[in-house]
Design a protein around this ligand. Structure first.
Ligand code: PLP
Length: 429
């Protein structure tokens, strides 16, 4: 394409694809195929033995999906990526690629409810203990660490609290022990690049802002290529000891010639191979369409959300507004340090009238959709305590920040006057 280092805004349109060599098609084709004709038995053998990278079977890789992987890796400043069927699969794989029964992970308490459930229950049932710590004090990660800690995990801009995570502080602690920081950057694409602050792995629910149009569930794991997995080999046994399920490959050695991609290769050829949460080529196409306009949308989301936060503060019905611009002290410092170009598209608030007022507000909305999603181009609203966070105990809910009266808005890119008019009539209902 060009040797010049391109801006993320340009990479969103160009990375990973130029034109179809067979037809000249400029839009990425949807390679709706399960399998790929091998050139010879030697070629097939080389692909299976990873002597050569290429298409084998769409559960493990697909050319349309590959374009999306390359594009997001480039925009994020990473070296390689693995697309999966959902954000949940991305979170699960990101951990399972390092930890197995008897191991543990230290995670921020400030998480999406589904991730909390995955960590507290499903990973727990698999024998992987997730230790939750309050990220207000980064040192809490160190205190929870022991010899079996394999990763740290957090969300950049976690909803509902919207308190930006201390990425550099916790990444630095982890690097002292050989522990990578995995960041879920779902709510802050382009606004934050966690690799620039020392994170080793980034995960996304591409269902949200990246896809941007509420059409397709998807997830992505991006390898920063910036973590020395061999520095503390006893800390990362899954990458440093022979893998019996892949003819004894030691991942840090097996793919060394291809670059610092041991982590992401293992996720593909072991976890995706065995657990099968592959992204469909059609969804990859839809998500690619979203990526192309992400740089336009994300800042408009930010501008509109800021206007909504400023307006909500003036309303007597509203007890508290949750938005980085309303925070002070270290929280505000972190928001300003880690987010560039805006504070994201999410706004939370608590109504003075509590749960009943919250329900009345949601039921009265006419323009905003009442849905369990964020990051759609349309404005969305939900009451987390009775929906996304309802499967958590009351105590767990409070730890994530989803109090009973909390209403979450994901502000879209409609005209701001129309958004405010709908909020106004719903507050008055
Ligand atoms: N991470 C965050 C921050 C989310 O908000 C969500 C979904 O709401 C997920 C992960 C899970 O993503 P998906 O719904 O694509 O599985």
């Amino acid at each position: 394409m060009t040797d010049r280092k391109l801006h993320p805004k340009t990479l969103a349109l160009h990375a990973g694809w130029r034109a179809d060599p067979a037809t000249g098609a400029v839009a990425p084709p949807i390679y709706q195929t399960t399998s790929y004709q091998f050139q010879s038995t030697e070629h097939a053998g080389n692909l299976f033995a990873l002597r050569e990278l290429g298409n084998i079977y769409t559960r493990i890789g697909n050319p349309t999906v590959d374009i999306l992987e390359q594009r997001l890796a480039a925009m994020e400043g990473g070296v390689a990526a693995l697309a999966v069927a959902s954000g949940q699969a991305a979170s699960a794989f990101s951990i399972q690629n390092l930890a197995r029964t008897g191991d543990n992970v230290v995670s921020s308490t400030d998480l999406y409810g589904g991730t909390w459930n995955l960590f507290a229950n499903t990973l727990g049932d698999l024998g992987i203990e997730v230790r939750f710590v309050d990220p207000a004090d980064p040192e809490a990660f160190r205190r929870a660490t022991d010899d079996r800690t394999r990763a740290y995990y957090a969300e950049t801009l976690p909803n509902p609290k919207l308190s930006v995570f201390p990425i550099a502080e916790v990444a630095a602690i982890g690097r002292e022990y050989g522990i990578p920081l995995i960041m879920d950057n779902t709510a802050a694409p382009l606004l934050c690049r966690p690799f620039d602050h020392g994170a080793a792995i980034v995960v996304y629910s591409t269902t949200k802002f990246i896809g941007g149009h509420g059409t397709s569930i998807g997830g992505m794991i991006i390898d920063g290529g910036n973590f020395d997995w061999e520095a503390f080999p006893e800390r990362q046994p899954l990458l440093n000891t022979p893998d019996r399920s892949y003819h004894g490959a030691v991942w840090t050695q097996a793919v060394k010639a291809m670059g610092p991609i041991a982590y992401i290769i293992r996720a593909r050829v072991i976890l995706l191979r065995d657990l099968g949460a592959a992204l469909s080529p059609f969804n990859a196409f839809q998500i690619l369409q979203g990526v192309e306009t992400l740089p336009l949308r994300i800042y408009e989301h930010c501008r509109n959300a800021q206007a909504v936060a400023d307006w909500l503060i003036t309303r007597p019905e509203v007890a508290t507004v949750i938005h980085p611009s309303c925070q002070g002290g270290v929280q505000r410092e972190r928001a300003d340090k880690y987010l560039t170009g805006g504070y994201g598209g999410l706004v939370g608030f608590e109504l003075a009238g509590g749960v009943d007022a919250g329900r009345r507000f949601i039921d009265s909305l006419k323009l905003l959709y009442h849905v369990a999603n964020i990051g759609d181009a349309r404005s969305l609203a939900i009451h987390p305590a009775s929906t996304t966070h309802s499967q958590l105990s009351a105590e767990e809910r409070l730890a994530t920040g989803a109090s009973d009266g909390y209403v979450r808005l994901s502000i879209g890119i409609e005209h701001i006057d129309d958004i405010l008019a709908d909020l106004d009539q719903a507050l008055a209902a």
